[in-house]
Each structure stands twice: as structure tokens, then as C-alpha cells.
Write a protein that binds this ligand. Structure first.
Ligand code: SAM
Length: 465
């Protein structure tokens, strides 16, 4: 607070006062599944548009708990702090592009980028911590994003494997998290969050290293976006100023400015590094914007040689005849839509559908490659939850569709079997027309195949308020 008082001067009183206000709850609609307009009609939560900068984003204005609703489990939205939504908006990935989210877990921005790609091109989502990368995989699966490659690697290893091939690279850097303090204190949490001036400096050094490596992954003419959720100039303007000095081929872009978007502060960095262009960075403040605060810098690689991308396509062996027959028997019965067989990849008994744009990954630690279809059993195929979340009811031969507040959805989410008339076989259990998971009907009962780790302990209807 002392540091911010010194930096903000007269503005500090307003900034300090914002810490007495309750943090806003935001959600961003999954436009891979439905439009924002359709979601606002369907929504059981009171919503208010977050602003013109993010047409798919909303503030939740009542006390409901959207994370405990089956629509969340069906991947219709991601709960995202409103200022974090600005970051994906400024990356502005276009369908068909090759996009890298270098520090992606748990996946707020990655789900945003996947929605922007609309199933075309490739999103490589990486997090150096494997446990967090698995959480990222779970969130991207719920999102129904099939054109993703999820890795857990050091940025240097990605740079060595791929080189400068990506149209857009996002570095949502690990930071001292000053923008998280208000939320944590409202949640009554004091730990494991830690902050110190030494940590700010350590973060600054790490951010510089990660950003410099990220620059080696952007193709000429591509875009590099750097973001943090902290206020410290050492982790923001100073990192960018130093980067621009060492990488003169990059220039800051002045992004469109919407209500509440503040400018970067050149005067907050060491005078030897100060540059008026730093004003082009975006600062979001909790006293001026409905969110916890973010810093974003959008940089363009100015080399305009229009180099052809030279990504290496993945070389892989297709599944053998026996496995293919098992898959076909399942697909013919359950999935009327054809899935491209030439993109099937079998790894340790797990069958994936590779993205159309699949890169050679060498020795990188892969968490997911494309859409996990399921596992090969002895003579049978067991579909994975990820496949259910990526399918629409019209892609599946049998669907059992129920209203969100029905007894069937409550039972299904708890992992229980329940009665349902209709033909036997694998079916998609859907909530209001959106896939929630697999079930298998046998003699008028649906056997539950909802993943054990995602089941609720009790009826969600008792927990929502
Ligand atoms: N982008 C995420 C989102 O929107 O949900 C949040 C990312 S969080 C701010 C920063 C992430 O960076 C953490 O998940 C952390 O594990 C990861 N990280 C830490 N050190 C890293 C490094 N050297 N390289 C890449 N990622 C790193």
C-alpha cells in the first residue's frame, strides 16, 4: 500500500477504497457451444453484460453459485475474473491460426483462445507444472475444445522443439498476484498466498526470462501478448521496457481502448529504460474497472518477410487393424457423424483424434494430443468423458436429454443409475440439449458413466444458493 500510495498520488484514495468493495463474479460464455445471447436467455443467474470489450462476458449480479450448476459441468461457461477476460480479447486469435498459451493453467485464457479459434487451427496450451497442466486439460475438455495440444514443458524446450511458428503467443506470466489480494481476503483466505518485495523482484527476473524465450516462438509478423495480475511496475512496464530494448523487432501495439482501460506508466520505470510507447500497455485498476486488475502489453513482430510457416507435421503410426475394428464397431453404433480415421492416434491403449493441424512434438511431455476419444478394452471401446463434452446431441445416435433441475440430472451428477425408457446402448446424457457425460441404457435403466472424480456428493439443487 505504501508503494501504491507513492505511485498513484491523488488517485490512491480511490484505489484503497476499492478494497472495501466485494469482488465482482464474472463468467464467459463458451461460444463453441452456444452464443452469448442464447446463454443469457437460458441463464438461471442474474447477468449483466461485462462491457463492449467482451461481448461474451457477463457479471453475475445475484448471489447464485454458477460453479455448482450443471450448465457449468456441461461447459457452457467459464467462471473468470472480469479483468482477466480482457487478456484473451487482446490476443484476438483468428480461426485457423497456430496459437500458443505458454503459461496456461488452469485455463481461463486458454478456453477463451479455444473459443476464438472455433475449432480451426491449433491451440498449444502449456504449463510447466504437471499437476496444473492436468487441471488445464480437465478445463479444456469440459470446454469441448478438440483442436488442442496440452503439454507440460519448460518454455525453452518448446522453443527448441518448434522455433518461430506461432501466429500468436500469450505469456500470462506467473506473478506476485497483487490483483488477487482482494478476492482472497473476501474469501477469508490468508494462505498459501505469500507476497514480499523480494518476491516481486524474483518474479520480475522470471518473467523476463519467460518472455525472452516466448519471443523465439512467434513467427515474423505474429503477435506476442504479455499479461500479469499484479500492479508492481517491476513486473509490468519494466519487463516490457527491457524486452523492447533487447528485441527491437517487436513494437508495442496501441490496442482499442474501452471504458476503464488505463494506460501503461512510462514514468514508473527506471529513467534509463523509460519510453513513451509504454503508454500503449493496458492497465486495469480495481477502482476503474469491474475486476481485480491486470496489466497487458500487446506486441507485434515487425519483421514482415512473410515467411512461410515451417512447422513440422506430426509423423505417427495409425492404429492397427484390430484396434481400428474395435473403434469402428463403437463408432458405427454410437456416432452417426464420421470422425476422420486418418487422424486417429493410439497411445498406451488410449485413442485420440488429432487436430487437423498436428505438430511434431519430439520429447515434450504431452498431457493431451487432440480429443481423447476413449480407451481400448479387450474387444470393446470405452468412450472418454472428453468425447461426450465435445459432441452435440445430433452427433450421437442416442441422447437422453433432461431439464437442468430434473431428478435425472441430479441423480446422474451424483453418479447414480436411474430409470429411462428407450433403446439399449451408449448414450449422451444431456442437460437442456448440452452433453454432460456418457450413460449406457440396459433394460430401461441408465448405467452411470460420469467420471468418479467429478461426481457431486449430494443433490446439486441443495447447494446452489
Ligand atoms: N493463464 C492462466 C489462466 O488464465 O487460467 C493463468 C496462468 S498463472 C497467472 C501463471 C502460470 O504460469 C501458473 O500456472 C504456473 O504454473 C505457470 N508457470 C510458472 N513458471 C513458469 C515457467 N517458467 N514457464 C511457464 N509457465 C510457468
Amino acid at each position: 500500500m505504501d508503494r501504491m500510495a507513492g505511485l498513484l498520488g491523488e488517485e490512491f484514495a480511490q484505489f484503497a477504497q476499492s478494497y472495501d468493495e466485494t469482488p465482482a463474479v464474472g463468467l464467459r460464455v463458451n461460444t463453441l457451444k452456444l452464443s452469448a445471447a442464447d446463454f443469457s436467455t437460458l441463464s438461471p443467474f442474474a447477468l449483466k453484460a461485462v462491457g463492449r470489450h467482451e461481448p461474451d462476458g457477463f457479471l453475475v449480479t445475484d448471489a447464485s453459485k454458477p460453479g455448482s450448476h450443471p450448465y457449468h459441468a456441461a461447459g457452457l461457461f467459464y467462471l473468470q475474473e472480469p479483468s482477466a477476460m480482457v487478456v484473451g480479447g487482446l490476443v484476438a486469435a483468428q480461426p485457423g491460426e497456430l496459437v500458443l498459451d505458454l503459461a496456461a493453467a488452469p485455463g481461463g485464457k486458454a478456453t477463451h483462445l479455444a473459443a476464438q479459434l472455433q475449432g480451426r487451427g491449433l491451440l498449444l496450451a502449456n504449463d510447466v507444472h504437471t499437476g496444473r497442466a492436468r487441471l488445464l486439460a480437465e478445463n479444456l475438455e469440459r470446454w469441448g475444445a478438440a483442436n488442442t495440444l496440452i503439454t507440460s514443458a519448460e518454455p525453452e524446450h518448446l522453443a527448441a522443439q518448434f522455433g518461430p511458428i506461432f501466429d500468436r503467443v500469450l505469456v500470462d506470466a506467473p506473478c506476485s498476484g497483487e490483483g488477487m489480494l482482494r478476492k482472497l481476503s473476501f474469501a477469508g483466505k490468508s494462505g498459501p498466498f505469500e507476497w514480499s518485495e523480494g518476491m516481486v523482484l524474483a518474479c520480475s527476473r522470471r518473467q523476463t526470462a519467460v518472455l525472452h524465450t516466448a519471443a523465439q516462438l512467434v513467427k515474423p509478423g505474429g503477435r506476442l501478448v504479455y499479461a500479469t495480475c499484479t500492479f508492481a511496475p517491476q513486473e509490468n512496464e519494466a519487463v516490457i521496457a527491457q524486452f523492447l530494448r533487447e528485441f527491437p523487432q517487436y513494437e508495442l501495439i496501441d490496442p482499442p481502448r474501452f471504458a476503464g482501460f488505463g494506460a501503461g506508466r512510462p514514468s514508473w520505470v527506471d529513467p534509463s529504460l523509460a519510453d513513451d510507447n509504454l503508454e500503449k500497455c493496458v492497465r486495469l485498476w480495481p477502482h476503474l474497472f469491474p475486476g481485480e486488475g491486470h496489466f497487458v502489453a500487446v506486441m507485434q513482430h515487425m519483421d514482415d518477410e512473410k515467411l512461410q510457416r515451417f512447422e513440422k507435421p506430426l509423423k505417427f503410426t495409425p492404429p492397427g487393424k484390430k484396434e481400428l475394428a474395435v473403434w469402428r464397431a463403437f463408432a458405427d453404433e454410437v456416432l452417426p457423424a464420421d470422425l476422420a480415421e486418418e487422424r486417429l492416434l493410439l497411445v498406451n491403449g488410449r485413442l485420440y483424434l488429432l487436430p487437423e493441424l498436428a505438430l511434431e512434438t519430439g520429447k515434450l511431455h504431452l498431457i493431451r494430443y487432440g480429443l481423447l476419444l476413449g480407451e481400448m478394452g479387450k474387444g470393446h471401446f470405452r468412450p472418454d468423458h472428453a468425447l461426450a463434452l465435445a459432441l452435440k446431441p445430433e452427433d450421437v445416435a442416442l441422447t437422453a436429454n433432461f431439464a437442468a433441475d430434473s431428478d435425472e440430472i441430479a441423480a446422474y451428477w451424483q453418479g447414480l443409475d436411474f430409470a429411462s425408457a428407450g433403446p439399449d446402448g451408449w448414450l449422451l446424457v444431456a442437460v437442456h440439449g448440452f452433453g454432460l457425460g456418457w450413460g449406457k441404457r440396459v433394460n430401461g435403466r441408465i448405467k452411470n458413466h460420469y467420471p468418479r472424480g467429478l461426481r457431486r456428493n449430494r443433490d446439486w439443487r441443495l447447494e446452489i444458493r
